[in-house]
Write a protein that binds this ligand. Structure first.
Ligand code: PBG
Length: 323
């Protein structure tokens, strides 16, 4: 008897064999490309996120076309308003930055799935994700505003809203507000499991939304908790979430897997700004190979159970997958 009988290496011998038996495949259609929109006339590079820009309202449709031409189907927009106030009123303004950008995009690229981040932190002068009562974020007062933001976003042409605030009950309140506004077809992708994370650092620089006092630990989740993640997901699905999301992705792959196994709606994972910028910095220093690392990271997120990945690498990945 030759030894050994079982030789898993037989199927690793050539690239064609390896690709034949690949258990996990990345395709551009499963990626969501995040874009920052500002109220200025020119694009502006984001220092903390090499390769990412704040785009003028009028140039977002061009970015959607570029994405679509590479096989990407979906974008999520983050707004950086001209002025901020205590209640984040530009978040639901008819002529708010993302509302204006959405009108251009729907007109120019109607097939691209347009998703809106539905939150207050980019729009409040204090940088918190809700309405303050003293130094506390007032959950129920925030819900009304979130519903108003969501309706204004769908009205402007977004296909989907993505509440990222972590207030209790927001999915239900947004669902009923959309339904009463005649927007029953608008989907909700809930940031159901959003951990209070230092990985959001570069994003807060990009959107100028770091809290001016305190932190987000009274509403975002504690990274130590997994059971609580499943509870959050269950509540959001009960309240009407069409897609649930885990964020950040890489340090929470166990959570992505558990969430995938616990619900039957699509699961998203957000490969956040800090994960992106660490790769970019190490690649720029010549310490790692950017393409290989990014594909390895994204494959791991999908292998862990994500159906959808939000990633700033989306354009690059789409190019690499085409080549
Ligand atoms: C809140 C929001 C944040 C991110 C997405 N939506 C910031 C936060 O909660 O502090 C972070 C995304 C990233 O880091 O890439 N509107």
């Amino acid at each position: 008897m030759p030894f050994p009988v079982h030789r898993p290496r037989r199927l690793r011998r050539t690239a064609a064999l390896r690709s034949l038996i690949s258990e996990t495949r990345l395709v551009p259609a499963q990626l969501i490309y995040p874009l920052f929109v500002h109220a200025e006339p020119e694009p502006e590079p984001i220092q903390s996120m090499p390769g990412q820009m704040r785009w003028p309202v009028e140039q977002v449709a061009e970015r959607c076309r570029e994405a679509r031409d590479l096989g990407l189907r979906s974008v999520i927009l983050f707004g950086i308003p001209k002025s901020k106030d205590a209640i984040g009123s530009e978040a639901y303004a008819y002529d708010g930055v993302v509302q204006r950008a959405a009108r251009y995009c729907k007109d120019a690229e109607p097939d691209v799935v347009l998703i809106a981040d539905t939150c207050l932190d980019e729009y409040t002068d204090h940088g918190h994700c809700g309405i303050l009562n003293g130094t506390e974020v007032d959950n129920d007062a925030t819900l009304e505003v979130l519903a108003r933001i969501a309706v204004s976003q769908i009205e402007a042409g977004f296909d989907m809203v993505a509440p990222s605030d972590m207030m209790d009950g927001r999915v239900g309140v947004i669902r009923s507000a959309l339904d009463s506004a005649g927007m029953a077809d608008a989907a909700i992708m809930a940031y159901s499991v959003k951990y209070a994370s230092a990985y959001y650092g570069p994003f807060r620089d990009a959107a100028d939304c770091a809290p001016k006092f305190g932190d987000r630990r009274s509403y975002q989740m504690d990274g130590a908790n997994a059971r609580e993640a499943l509870r959050e997901v269950k509540l959001d699905v009960e309240e009407g979430a069409d897609i649930v999301m885990v964020k950040p992705a890489l340090a929470y792959l166990d959570i992505v897997r558990q969430v995938r196994d616990s619900v039957d709606v699509p699961v998203g994972a957000y490969n956040v700004s800090g994960e992106y910028s660490m790769v970019k910095a190490a690649a720029a220093a010549g310490w790692i190979d950017e393409q290989s690392i990014v594909l390895e990271n994204l494959t791991s997120i999908v292998r862990a159970g994500a159906d959808i990945v939000l990633t700033y690498h989306a354009l690059d990945v789409a190019r690499w997958l085409q080549a």
